[in-house]
Write a protein that binds this ligand. Structure first.
Ligand code: SF4
Ligand code: SF4
Length: 438
C-alpha cells in the first residue's frame, strides 16, 4: 500500500525529538509510529479551539448559546442545557480532586492487582477495561487538559519522559453505547445512546481514580491521549473512521480520559482483530459520512504516525446546521461492520477473521462485507421507536411523538422535518463543507 507523506504543520508544541525517549511502542497492525511524534497540544483540539471562537461564529454560537429542544440532550450533552447544573458530567468533572492516601496498600503481585482493578472497574459499570504501558508519545504537550479548575498539581512541571518513568501504567476503561438506540444515528435517539453512556463512563472513571488514590497511589487524569492508550492496551484497533474498534462492541465505545498511575500493574498487548484487513476493502464509513470527512484513500503519515487521517474540522463544522434534529452524527460508528450486538454470531465472525492467516483475509473480508451489506444495508437507515421518539419521521411530522413530551418543539419544526426527511442531512446536502475547504 502506498503511504503518502502528508505535510504536517510544525510540531504542535514546538518540540523536536528528544534524547532519552524510549523506542516507539508497537501499537498493532492498524497504526504505526514511523517518525518523530510531537506531543499533542490539547489546546489545539476542536473543543478548546471552538471555545476560543477560532472555528467561526456558527460553531461558537451552537456550542455556547443554544438550548436543545430535546430534554434528554439537555441533561446528557455538553452545553445545550437551560441550566448547567442539570448536566451531571460538568458536576463530576469539576469536582475538586482528592488527595492520595498516605497509607499505601503494598502490591506484591502486580498480576493479581491487575485482575482486581479490572474487576472493580467492571463492577462499577465499565464494559471494557485494559492496561497500557505508558510511552512519552502518548502524553499531551504542555499544560494538562484539566477540567476541574485546578491550574496545576505537583507533577505539572514534569516532562512526558519523567511522567512515564514515575507513572508507567495507564488504565483505560470505557462504556459501550446501546446498540439498538445507536441504529438511529443522526437523531436524538442515537444522541442518547452516545451521551448517556458517556455520562456513565465519566462517573466510573472518577470513582476509579478515587479508588486508586485510596489504595495509596497516584491517579493522573488529563495527561494521556485516549486513542493512543486505547490501541496500546488492546482495547481495539484504529479504523478508517478514526475510531478505536473493539472486539466485542465495534466502534460503539467512548475513548475517555484514561488514568495514568504508579499502581503496579501488568500491561496488556495490542490486538489484531482484523480491522486493518477490513478497512482496506470496506470503506462503508466513508460512503456514509455526510461531510466526506473520511478518506477513501490510503493511510498517510501525520505527526510521525501512519494511519487513516480523518478531517475532524469538516466533521465538527456540520453540527450547528443539524441541532434541530440531532447533536452527534455517529454514522461512521453505526455503519461499521464491526459495530454489532455482542452475540455469538458476531464473536464467531471476529474469531474467524482474527485467526485467519493474513494473506487469506481479503477473501474473508469480501464475504463478511457482502453479508453486512445484505442484512444491514450499504447505507444504514433503520427506523427506531423509543420513549415516544421515532427516527423514521415522515414528512411533516415531528420527530418526537410522545404524549406529554416536554421538549420545546418550535412552530417550524414540522416544516423542517418535512423538508429534510430521513437521516438528515443527506450527503449531497453537506458537500458544501468540503467544496469550501472549511
Ligand atoms: S460527519 Fe459523521 S460520519 Fe463523518 S466523520 Fe463525522 S461523525 Fe463520522
Ligand atoms: S466501516 Fe469499514 S472501513 Fe470504516 S472503520 Fe469500519 S471496517 Fe473500517
Amino acid at each position: 500500500m502506498a503511504v503518502t507523506l502528508e505535510k504536517t504543520t510544525k510540531p504542535l508544541n514546538g518540540n523536536q525529538p528528544r534524547a532519552g525517549v524510549p523506542p516507539p511502542p508497537y501499537l498493532g497492525r492498524s497504526v504505526r509510529i514511523v517518525g518523530p511524534v510531537a506531543n499533542v497540544d490539547m489546546n489545539q483540539s476542536p473543543h478548546p479551539k471552538n471555545q476560543r471562537g477560532e472555528l467561526g461564529k456558527a460553531l461558537f454560537n451552537w456550542y455556547r448559546n443554544t438550548i436543545s429542544r430535546d430534554p434528554l440532550t439537555r441533561v446528557s450533552a455538553p452545553n445545550h442545557f437551560a441550566d448547567r447544573r442539570h448536566f451531571l458530567t460538568t458536576v463530576i468533572n469539576q469536582a475538586s480532586k482528592g488527595k492520595v492516601n498516605s497509607k499505601q496498600v503494598p502490591v506484591t503481585d502486580p498480576a493479581a492487582m491487575t485482575r482486581h482493578i479490572k474487576a472493580v472497574a467492571r463492577y462499577m459499570g465499565a464494559d471494557v477495561v485494559a492496561i497500557a504501558k505508558a510511552h512519552p508519545s502518548f502524553l499531551y504537550a504542555g499544560s494538562r487538559y484539566v477540567q476541574d479548575g485546578t491550574a496545576a498539581d505537583e507533577h505539572e512541571h514534569r516532562s512526558p519522559e519523567e511522567l512515564v518513568q514515575k507513572f508507567p501504567y495507564i488504565i483505560v476503561t470505557t462504556t459501550a453505547w446501546d446498540y439498538d438506540k445507536l441504529q438511529a444515528h443522526r437523531h436524538f435517539i442515537g444522541d442518547a445512546a452516545y451521551h448517556v453512556s458517556q455520562m456513565k463512563g465519566v462517573l466510573i472513571l472518577k470513582a476509579l481514580e478515587g479508588y486508586v488514590k485510596e489504595l495509596g497511589y497516584t491517579a493522573l487524569r488529563g495527561v494521556v491521549t485516549p486513542q493512543a492508550a486505547g490501541v496500546a492496551s488492546g482495547v481495539g484497533e484504529l479504523g478508517r473512521n478514526g475510531l478505536v474498534i473493539n472486539k466485542a462492541f465495534g466502534a460503539r465505545i467512548h475513548m475517555p480520559d484514561p488514568i495514568m498511575t504508579d499502581l503496579p500493574l501488568v500491561p496488556d498487548e495490542p490486538v489484531d482483530i482484523g480491522v486493518e484487513d477490513f478497512c482496506k476493502i470496506c470503506r462503508k464509513c466513508a460512503v456514509n459520512c455526510p461531510t466526506n470527512s473520511i478518506t477513501f484513500g490510503d493511510k498517510v503519515v501525520f505527526n510521525g504516525i501512519e494511519k487513516y487521517k480523518i478531517n475532524w474540522l469538516t466533521c465538527y463544522k456540520l453540527r450547528p446546521y443539524t441541532h434541530e434534529h440531532w447533536v452527534s452524527c455517529l454514522s461512521c460508528a453505526t455503519v461499521c461492520p464491526f459495530t454489532k450486538p455482542n452475540v455469538w454470531w458476531r464473536s464467531l465472525a471476529v474469531w474467524a477473521l482474527s485467526t485467519c492467516p493474513i494473506p487469506a483475509r481479503p477473501a474473508l473480508v469480501h464475504a463478511l462485507k457482502a453479508i453486512d451489506d445484505r442484512f444491514w444495508g450499504v447505507v444504514s437507515q433503520k427506523r427506531v421507536r423509543w420513549l415516544g421518539y421515532d427516527s423514521g419521521i415522515k414528512p411533516g411530522e415531528h420527530a418526537c411523538t410522545v404524549a406529554g413530551c416536554t421538549a420545546a418543539h418550535g412552530p417550524d419544526s414540522a416544516k423542517v422535518a418535512g423538508d429534510i426527511g430521513y437521516y438528515a442531512p443527506l450527503k449531497e446536502n453537506t458537500n458544501r463543507f468540503v467544496k469550501r475547504g472549511v
